[in-house]
Design a protein around this ligand. Sequence first.
Ligand code: NAD
Length: 298
Amino acid sequence: VKKKGSKYEKQAQPVKQTAVLGAGIMGGGIAYQSASKGIPILMKDIKEEAIELGLKEARKLFAKQTERGKLTTEQMAEKLANIRPTLSYGDFGHVDLVVEAVVENPKVKDAVLAEVEGLIGENTILTSNTSTISINRLAENLKRPENFCGMHFFNPVHRMPLVEVIRGEKSSDAAVAATVAYARAMGKTPIVVNDCPGFLVNRVLFPYFGGFNFLVEQGADFQRIDKVMETFGWPMGPAYLLDVVGMDTAVHAGEVMAEGFPERMAQMDGKESKTAIQVMVENERLGQKNDKGFYAYE
Ligand code: NAD
C-alpha cells in the first residue's frame, strides 16, 4: 500500500470529462459524486429503468443538500446537469477517464471493457470498479492494458471516503496518476494497492461475510448477529451491510474470492451447501436494490 498515492499525483494529467458504465448502485453513486464536484460525467447503461433510477437517486441526494441550505436550487440544477445519461456510446470519444461499474461478472466485464476500449481515445484511461476480480485478469483482453487500472469505490459512494486504486502489472504510472487525481478531485482518499482478488478491503471483509454465513447456517438469528456487531461498535452488522451491498453482487464477488483464496473462503464458495447469501438470491431477496433482503424496505 502506498500512502495517498502522492508520488503519482505529481504526474497526473487533468481529468475533465469522464464516463461511467452502469447506472446501478455504484454507477449512479459515482455519477452523483463526480457531478457534485463539478466534473461532467456520461452515465451509460443498457436499461432505461437503470438510468432513471440512477438519476432519481442523484436528484434525491442533491435535494437533501438544498434542504440543508448547502446548495441553491440553481446550483443543484447546474450540478445535476453534469450527469449526462445515455444508452449509447455516442460521446465516449471525448472522455479522459472511464469507470466501468457493470455487474460483477468477469465475462460481462470482459465484453464491456473490450467494447468501450474500441471507442475511446488512445490516451483515455480505462478503470474498473470491480470489487474482487483481478485487474491483471481483466487486462488480459485489452489492447492497451497500460491505460487500465482499478478504481474501487465503496458503497454508498457519497459517504465512503476510501477509493482503492489498483495497479495492474501493465498499468502505467500515467494511468495510476490520472485515477488518483480523479479520486482526489471527487473528494475521496485514494490508496494505491497491488492487484489480487479482493484487493485490500474485500480481503478483510469477505472472510467476515463467510463467518456470518457459517453462523446463519448453524441456526443463528441474523438480527441478533447484527445487534451484537453494532454493540461491538461497528456502524452496521453483516446482514444489513449485505442488504446495502446487494446479494447478487456479494454472491459473484464471493465466488471470485473463493477461487482466489480457497483455503480461507470455504464458507463463500457454496460447493458443499448453499450459502445464506445464495439462498437469498434464489428467493429474489437482493437487498435494498429491490427493497427486500434480510430486512424489508419500503
Ligand atoms: P448493480 O446491479 O446495482 O448495477 C449494475 C448495472 O450495470 C445495472 O444497472 C445494469 O443494467 C448495468 N449493466 C449491465 N451490463 C451493462 C453494459 N453492458 N453496459 C452498461 N451497463 C450495464 O451493481 P452495483 O452494485 O452497482 O455493482 C457494479 C460494480 O461495482 C460491480 O463490479 C461490483 O462488484 C462493484 N462494487 C459494488 C459495490 C456494492 O456495494 N454494491 C461496492 C463496490 C464495488
